[in-house]
Design a protein around this ligand. Structure first.
Ligand code: ATP
Ligand code: MG
Length: 905
């Protein structure tokens, strides 16, 4: 039996024998293509070739493409686990012809490989072709239909024609497309999963699992523009896609993709971790969970490796949902703690030889998955609380239904999976308003679509030949003489007429020294001028090899063929400094934090630089200080920078760092810092694949400072830093602040810190004092008490001090009693006050009276009921609290009476 590895290489080798070149899969996260969240077909990386924007490197190519079908036009997420042959992540084997061979060879070779090389029984195979479509004005693909019987041994009754839905391939709403021809396999009547569906008849494209599609041969000959319009492409292409997992299942004689050696090791590992058994049954809840988890972990490993991280928008949101779905199915297997991350090694065992990148990033991927699982655990707990509230209102409703709004809020705001809402509702005999939920989901999708960058310019450009611009001057000079070839406006590329003051267009020149936005470095600004006209360039971008200077005519007019001068703005110097500093920063981070630091993205502008990199935790302050120090040492050493264009393999051998997942051509530019000349590039301490502009010597960077370090998502950190003039401005501002502080505090700068910390300390002390003082202005209470003493009654030699205090708290009142005892020498003291609506009574007795048998405690006990409360204490001092402040005077009168009586007055 052939292994999956042998089948994969068998495919590639077969097409190599037919003159095809093997190319690597493009990353699953398409860098530089905002129209697509994830690679969903082999053709994504060749889109520019189909559009005529880039010439193909080879006329025939074969590959295995990493695909993820979880969003947009192709979304198989919900199928996963329920059937045996749809995955979120899968490999698409493909052979390609770029205006070389066409339908005949594509059909013949597919048949030869399947039936000849791999020996699949021809009587199990069916072929389909396109039957045409009236609304699109597309004819039937008679050519393909005829070829099937001509170049293969298939029996004519096994070639069927279908409509647009099945046999016309499109990548997205717009872009290259064409009719296709598919090969399906009949897996036998047992495999039908629609036996209970009335009227179901097993056949190709009838939706049951008996017939499944193995290989799609697409003949790209049209481009779909916006609004559905189709135009023929000047060249013709073959784009084929065969799902490796399905082919492996057929060749290994398995009924399910999950039973092949691509999945079984993962399934076994899930069994080992969870202690459950997999019996490969459809419709079985436990098995379903196994399949979903085994499927999703592959997607997670590949997507996170290629640069997606769980977050709340775009790609990150899709990844988060896949992970949460897996985690949720983990609960079916009794897993409540993070465990999915433990499957990373087995995925690497299965696929790490074919896709080395997953092996390189294993630790990082595990960290991300584990922490996301943990946070989802918390989310679930919170979601369950919210669900309970929603379920509570549903219980009370007439139709016992959880509203679509509640379900949507649970899903959207709290990340609570909809299927879980449904399940938990069912458990409580509640329904969910699915229709409303779907409506809200659709509305959200539309919002997301509207928010996605539109690619209309790209499509407009699709059927025009944009000229290539020679922009090699960007590395050498800031101004150059050029010829104006045309411009792009809303309608497309213009090669005649003129543009005048106020017109906003994208100017195209034969050559330019402007740098077009790429690799994190912003596009240049500047001007393009002739003798009496001026165009302000606000940004520079690139479509294929054409450089577009976007901006506005400030004065005069321009026409085609005109001689102009292109001058890059002075910002360029600042950009260069920041770009070289970014390289130094990456190098220094790796020195200090180790090799797990890998670039995730960057921004290099004139004002500052930003560098995103993988690292599992916040770097320590002293580590960042060390990074700054290393960068500054190199700047002070004023080492030179050189660059060289070389073969990709050679660059890799030199250890040059590439941006992970970036698509590079076979020739790359390597920027080397610290090598005296090109010939000794290997001496450089930093070598990176980079097309950006750099300073000549490090000294001109002028300085370096990290001004911010933060986390931007799980496992990804961001550093913002300054150099050159940006740094000078920063220091200028800082020094102004110091000067102002010096003036304010009347102190030289070197003692400012001391002075300010003293101020803070003093301030703390003062506010504490103020707080105590303001609780009751203590001295005022004392004055009141003294007055009471002055005006008090005397019974013999002893004082009867009875009265009210205002604005006091218990501490002050106690102090007052002590003070009165001392001053009066012999006294019975009964004080009352209103403490924020609460009546308080306080009694004190000097010792001579206590000896005579008087007791503050007794008196308090006697009068406390008057204020509606209770109290007590010692003979010397006692207190009571009560609800009725308005009775304080009564209570005091009462007390005076008791004391007078006791003393026999
Ligand atoms: P299906 O109708 O089975 O969903 P499709 O029409 O979406 O397939 P294509 O877009 O033509 O498939 O992709 C080419 C090939 O990739 C298919 O013939 C199939 O072998 C494979 N394939 C497509 N989708 C998946 C998937 N979700 N999981 C595994 N393999 C797939
Ligand atoms: Mg499909």
């Amino acid at each position: 039996m052939l292994s999956a590895k042998q089948i994969r290489s068998g495919f590639i080798d077969f097409f190599k024998s037919k003159g095809h070149e093997f190319v690597h899969s493009s990353p699953i996260v398409p860098i530089g293509d905002d129209t697509l969240l994830f690679a969903n077909a082999g053709m994504n990386q060749f889109k520019d070739i189909f559009l005529g924007l880039t010439p193909p490197q080879y006329p025939r190519v074969a590959n295995t493409q990493k695909c993820l079908r979880v969003s947009g036009k192709h979304n198989d997420l919900e199928e996963v686990g329920k059937d045996t042959y749809h995955h979120t992540f899968f490999e698409m084997l493909g052979n390609w012809s770029f205006d070389d061979y066409f339908k005949a060879e594509a059909i013949q070779w597919a048949w030869e490989l399947f039936t000849g090389v791999w020996g699949i029984d021809p009587d199990r195979l069916w072929a389909t072709v396109f039957e045409g479509d009236r609304t699109d004005g597309l004819p039937e693909d008679e050519e393909a239909a005829n070829l099937w019987t001509k170049v293969t041994s298939i029996s004519p009754d096994r070639v069927l024609a279908y409509g647009k839905k099945d046999n016309f391939w499109e990548m997205g709403e717009t872009g290259p497309c064409g009719p296709c021809s598919e090969i399906h396999i009949d897996l036998g009547p047992d495999m039908c999963d629609m036996k209970n569906v009335p009227g179901h008849k097993c056949q190709v494209n009838a939706g049951c699992a008996r017939y499944i599609e193995l290989w799609n041969l697409v003949f790209i000959q049209f481009n779909r523009l916006g609004k559905g319009k189709l135009v023929p492409l000047s060249a013709k292409y073959v784009d084929t896609g065969a799902g490796l997992e399905r082919v492996v299942a057929v060749l290994q004689n398995k009924k399910s993709n999950y039973d092949t050696d691509l999945f079984m090791p993962i399934i076994d590992s899930v069994g080992g971790i969870t202690g459950h058994n997999y019996i490969s049954k459809l419709g079985n809840k436990t098995d379903n969970a196994f399949r979903v988890i085994a499927d999703h972990i592959r997607s997670l490993v590949f997507a996170i490796t290629d640069g997606a991280t769980p977050s709340n928008e775009g790609r990150g949101y899709v990844i988060r949902r896949i992970l949460r779905r897996a985690s949720r199915f983990g609960r079916e297997l009794g897993m409540h703690e993070p465990f999915i991350y433990k499957l990373v090694p087995v995925v690497i065992d299965c696929l790490g030889d074919t896709f080395g990148e997953i092996r390189e990033r294993a630790d990082y991927v595990s960290t991300v998955i584990e922490s996301e699982e943990a946070s989802f655990g918390r989310t679930l707990d919170r979601g369950i609380e919210i669900f309970d509230i929603a379920a509570g209102s549903a219980q009370k409703s007439i139709n016992k239904t959880i509203t679509g709004e509640d379900a949507f809020q649970l899903y959207d705001t709290f990340g609570f999976p909809f299927d879980l809402t449904e399940l938990m509702a069912r458990e409580r005999n509640l329904k969910v308003d699915t229709a409303k939920f779907n409506e809200l989901m659709e509305a959200q999708r539309q919002r997301a679509r509207a928010a996605q960058k539109n690619d209309s310019l790209m499509t407009v450009m699709a059927d025009t030949e944009l000229p290539a611009t020679d922009d090699s001057l960007k590395y050498n000079t800031d101004s150059c003489k050029s010829k104006l070839l045309g411009w792009i406006d809303n309608e497309g590329f213009k090669k005649q007429g003129d543009i005048r003051t106020g017109d906003e267009v994208g100017i195209i020149l034969d050559k330019t020294c402007f740098y077009a936005e790429a690799g994190g470095q912003v596009g240049d600004c500047g001007i393009i001028k002739s003798d009496d006209a001026r165009f302000i360039v606000e940004d520079t971008t690139k479509i294929a090899n054409c450089i577009i200077h976007q901006g506005k005519v400030a004065e005069g007019s321009f026409n085609i063929g005109m001689d102009v001068t292109a001058i890059v703005s002075r910002d360029r110097a600042a950009i260069k400094k920041n770009h070289t500093a970014t390289h130094l920063l990456q190098w220094a981070l790796q020195q200090v934090l180790g090799k797990s630091v890998a670039q995730q993205g960057s921004y290099v502008g004139p004002d500052y630089l930003r560098f995103d990199f993988t690292y599992p935790k916040a770097p320590k302050e002293e580590e960042l200080k060390k990074v700054e120090e290393l960068v500054r040492e190199k700047i002070v050493a004023d080492l030179p920078i050189t660059w060289k264009v070389m073969e990709r393999d050679q660059a890799q051998k030199l250890g040059a760092m590439a941006l992970f997942g970036e698509k590079y051509g076979s020739e790359v530019r390597v920027v080397a810092v610290g090598a005296e000349d090109d010939a000794r590039i290997e001496d450089a301490f930093s070598k990176e694949f980079c097309g950006g502009t750099h300073v000549d010597r490090l000294g001109s960077i002028g300085g370096f400072k990290i001004i911010k370090e933060e986390s931007i998502s799980t496992g990804v950190r961001r550093i913002t830093a300054l150099t050159g003039t940006g740094l000078n401005d920063y220091f200028e501002k800082a020094s102004d602040i110091v000067d102002e502080l010096s003036v304010l505090l009347k102190a030289p700068s070197d003692v400012l810190v001391d002075r300010v910390s003293r101020l803070i300390k003093d301030n703390k002390k003062l506010s504490k004092e103020l707080r105590t003082a303001s609780k009751a202005s203590g001295s005022d209470v004392m004055t009141q008490a003294k007055q009471l003493l002055q005006n008090c009654e005397k019974i013999g030699e002893t004082h009867l001090i009875v009265g009210r205090l205002e604005n006091t708290r218990i501490e002050q009142a106690r102090e007052a009693v002590d003070m009165l005892k001392k001053k009066a020498k012999s006294a019975s003291i009964i004080l009352g006050f209103d403490d924020d609506g609460k009546a308080t009574l306080l009694a004190g007795m000097t010792n001579d009276l206590v000896e005579k048998g008087l007791s503050a405690g007794e008196i308090i006990k006697a009068i406390a009921p008057v204020i509606g409360g209770g109290g007590g204490g010692r003979p010397q001092m006692a207190q009571a609290g009560g609800e009725n402040p308005e009775k304080i005077d009564d209570a005091l009168a009462n007390a005076a009476e008791i004391v007078t009586q006791r003393l026999g007055g």
